[in-house]
Ligand binder design. Structure first.
Ligand code: PEP
Ligand code: MN
Length: 368
């Protein structure tokens, strides 16, 4: 997938030194008092760089609180004046963009539901032509890397170079411990494709509950993400939206204090040497893994030919069960994670089936 983003580094539009960028604030602006009180407590923690609050809320079902609307922009502006914190809010239409900019909103974000709709993103992009404001693009609700990248490209083509992505997890039909599955690999793929693009993690919307936030936030730092956007409310229990996942400013401060920051680079030559050696060892093993997989596929091909010539079905469930059972026992004895082993075997098995299918559907050389 070719990417075409022309962006400037995060440091050039928001310099936090070596520290990650921390955006925090309520899911929704509810009342002027709630916005101001929360903003002051967040500013007092000394750990928050930007104040967030939703003014227009895209809700899954009608009848829920759909945001306080334009009046809330004035509360945000006041919070900015009183605390000195720059402010950010979600925009989903050209009108939102105009109103937010007129109210002095410093950073705009595009929500997950909007990112999923290219018409909406294009409308926002058109409204941003000639405007020099940073834009954060949340991943779409569905796990689709192209859609995420496409939204970033649309905004970028409107001339916005101060861009970042927000990883807020992906909706899935299966109910898991998370409200939105993190699917880290998609965010990592984006980082790999556009190494200069800052990626900010949104543990609140991934978790859907307070308890898991520290775990996801730490993981985000460990994955070298550049910041966090966390929902924080002066009294989460009475929040009008996303009550279960919001934390008090004090809880946020404690949470941030307990996260370990790991540096991507080190100036220590001994450390660099050791790392380089370990990476070499990994490369060697990876080469071996590839070679072994290739040898395995060659045997699979032979089996495919044999099955074809003897009219045997490709999939034999009992054989597959045996592979999973025996291999995962060995893997467990070798301290490999069971879920990882099963996933890996499934991947290999699917490829083997594909290969055998190919062979079953080509005639033997003699008959061709
Ligand atoms: C939000 O940040 O409050 C929000 C609506 O998030 P998302 O677009 O990720 O669902
Ligand atoms: Mn929310």
């Amino acid at each position: 997938m070719k990417q075409t983003l022309d962006i400037v580094p995060l440091k050039s539009w928001f310099d936090t030194g070596d520290a990650p960028l921390i955006i925090a604030g309520p899911c929704s602006a509810e009342t002027e008092e709630q916005v101001l009180a929360t903003a002051h407590l967040l500013a007092n923690t000394g750990r928050v760089n930007v104040l967030r609050a939703g003014i227009w809320k895209p809700r899954t079902r009608p009848g829920e609180f759909e945001g306080i609307g334009s009046i809330g922009l004035q509360w945000l502006r006041r919070a900015k004046e009183e605390t000195g914190l720059p402010i950010t809010t979600e925009v989903a239409t050209a009108k939102h963009v105009e109103e937010a900019l007129a109210a002095g909103v410093d950073i705009l974000w595009i929500g997950a539901r909007s990112t999923a709709n290219p018409f909406t993103v294009q409308e926002i992009a058109d409204a941003l032509k000639g405007v020099d404001v940073p834009v954060l693009v949340k991943n779409p609700v569905n796990p689709d890397l192209s859609l995420w990248l496409g939204a970033l490209e649309r905004i970028n083509r409107a001339g916005v170079k101060k861009l970042a992505a927000i990883h807020r997890g992906f909706s899935s039909y299966e109910k898991t411990a998370f409200r939105n599955e993190p699917m880290w690999d998609i965010a990592i793929q984006l980082k790999t494709m556009v190494p200069d693009l800052p990626v900010i993690n949104d543990p609140s919307h991934i978790c859907g509950n307070r308890e898991l936030i520290p775990y996801i936030a730490q993981k985000a730092f460990d994955m070298d993400m550049q910041g966090l956007i966390v929902e924080s409310h002066i009294d989460p229990s009475v929040a009008w939206t996303d009550a279960k996942q919001q934390v008090t400013p004090q809880a946020l401060s404690d949470l941030l204090a307990n996260l370990a920051l790991r540096h991507a680079k080190s100036d220590d030559p001994v450390f660099e040497d050791k790392l380089a050696q370990l990476r070499k060892d990994i490369d060697k093993l990876d080469d071996q893994i590839i070679k072994i997989l290739s040898d395995r596929m060659k045997i699979v091909e032979k089996i495919g030919e044999y099955k074809r010539d003897n009219n045997v079905t490709i999939l034999q469930v009992s054989r597959w069960d045996e592979i999973i059972q025996k291999r995962s026992n060995v893997a467990q004895a070798l301290k490999l994670d069971k879920e990882f082993t099963v996933k890996l075997l499934e991947l290999i098995h699917n490829e083997s089936i594909r290969k055998q299918n190919e062979i079953m559907n080509t005639k033997p050389v003699a008959e061709a």
